[in-house]
Design a protein around this ligand. Sequence first.
Ligand code: CA
Length: 237
Amino acid sequence: MTTAGDTYAVLVAEDDMGSRTATRLFLQRFGYRVGEAVDGPGTLREANLGHYDLVLLDLGLPGLDGEEVLSRLRRESPLPVIVLTGRSEERERIRVLDLGADDYLVKPCSLPELEARIRAVLRRGQPAPDTGRIEHSDLLIDRNAHRVQLHGAIVDLTPKEFDLLAFLAGSPDQVFTREELLEHVWGSTQDWQDPATVTEHVRRLRLKIEQDPAKPRWLHTVRGVGYRFVDIGTLDS
Ligand code: CA
């Protein structure tokens, strides 16, 4: 099965062996290829090899000031950079973003959140997905006609149910948090939309497209993270 990070390579620049290894193992579970660097000069060397899609940069690396590493990375490569730092002050955050970081996380941070941020940054660099037909086995989603067919029969969906299904099915196997789905499908953030809205829409979608909504074939819950669309292929049995 393909996973979220299937084609992406991430450089983990972190001098603490414990967090570096934990991060690498976690990302590899999601299908990312992972390289490691343990100091500032090594990070710049690795990043310039051109093997990577993103750098995860601990700001407290030995050998070179973290901000210096960041600004050189910015000058020398187009790679997106997510900064990890132990300092949470607002001015620090602003400084790092000003230096060109694509995102910023304060340590200790949760690995699922880190992976979600990596995915979000990588997605920003992607061309918009094709807006036409999405086909998964016997499920056909026609974005132009705003119509869903399952085993040849039209499924009656509300506009938001359609948008949610089309969004998830457009990136099969990728896990999205409810907050991300609110942002992408509802165009809003959790500040004024309740993530429970997503839960309710997934529930209703399952009633409409799943043979057994309690054991979904398409719309899977990833516990503690969110949802993903899975195409397991045509069911033979
Ligand atoms: Ca460090």
